[in-house]
Design a protein around this ligand. Structure first.
Ligand SMILES: [Zn+2]
Length: 216
């Protein structure tokens, strides 16, 4: 299938990454960011985690730095909204209104609309409410809810990038290792299925949901 390229070698690309919790962006789109940077695109990344406090803030900051090593520039914002309560916090809307003034992204990576976690869904809703003329790629996060769907856009990952994604997740999120789903088998298993669906040359891919896109 002919690929639609948005991150070209040597060309700038401003990316806004939005995640509710400290490991969401990495799980959903970490391989895509590593791939774009390794491919030579000049990424200016604005990375926001909305609920990152205490030790999880330290994890989030260190992990973002590692995943974005090689980016042309990076801005990392860690907010402290209460985990689990996003739909009941009107101040989140104010935060997004402020964010619009701070970044003009070419592409946005955010949670997907039908995610089973209420914080994730709220971030998606506020993303599309706030950024009205943007390419938005909604990423997926595997978890207990069993809410995975059918993506309609894929980013193939090399075997090397897939391994690096898993290594970085394992290295930076010690607080999550006790969760029974947080391991390389989960991440590789999902990526292998997505790679099968898009015939990825090296078998792995990340899947995204796109509601609107323009063909140039
Ligand atoms: Zn999350």
């Amino acid at each position: 299938m002919r690929a639609l390229e948005i991150a070209r070698p040597g060309e700038p690309l401003t990316v806004l990454c939005l995640g509710a919790h400290s490991d969401d962006i990495e799980i959903g789109a970490g391989g895509t960011l590593l791939t774009w940077i390794a491919g030579g695109a000049r990424l200016d990344v604005h990375w926001c985690v909305l609920s990152a406090t205490g030790p999880r803030a330290d994890e989030a900051g260190a992990s973002a730095e590692a995943f974005l090593a090689g980016a042309a520039s990076k801005t990392i914002e860690l907010a402290a909204f209460q985990d689990g309560y996003f739909p009941y916090r009107p101040e989140l809307k104010d935060w997004f209104e402020g964010l619009k003034q701070r970044v003009r992204p070419d592409v946005i990576l955010t949670h997907r609309r039908d995610d089973g976690h209420q914080d994730h869904r709220e971030i998606c809703r506020l993303t599309s409410n706030s950024f009205r003329d943007h390419l938005i790629l909604e990423y997926e996060v595997p978890k207990w809810d069993g809410d995975l769907g059918q993506p309609n856009m894929y980013v193939p990952l090399s075997a090397e990038i897939m391994a690096r994604k898993c290594d970085l997740l394992d290295a930076h999120f010690g607080s999550q290792r006790s969760k029974d789903w947080f391991d390389a088998e989960t991440f590789r298993g999902l990526a292998r299925l997505r790679g099968m669906e898009c015939r990825a040359p090296e078998r792995f891919a990340e899947g995204f949901f796109v509601r609107k896109a323009l063909l140039g």
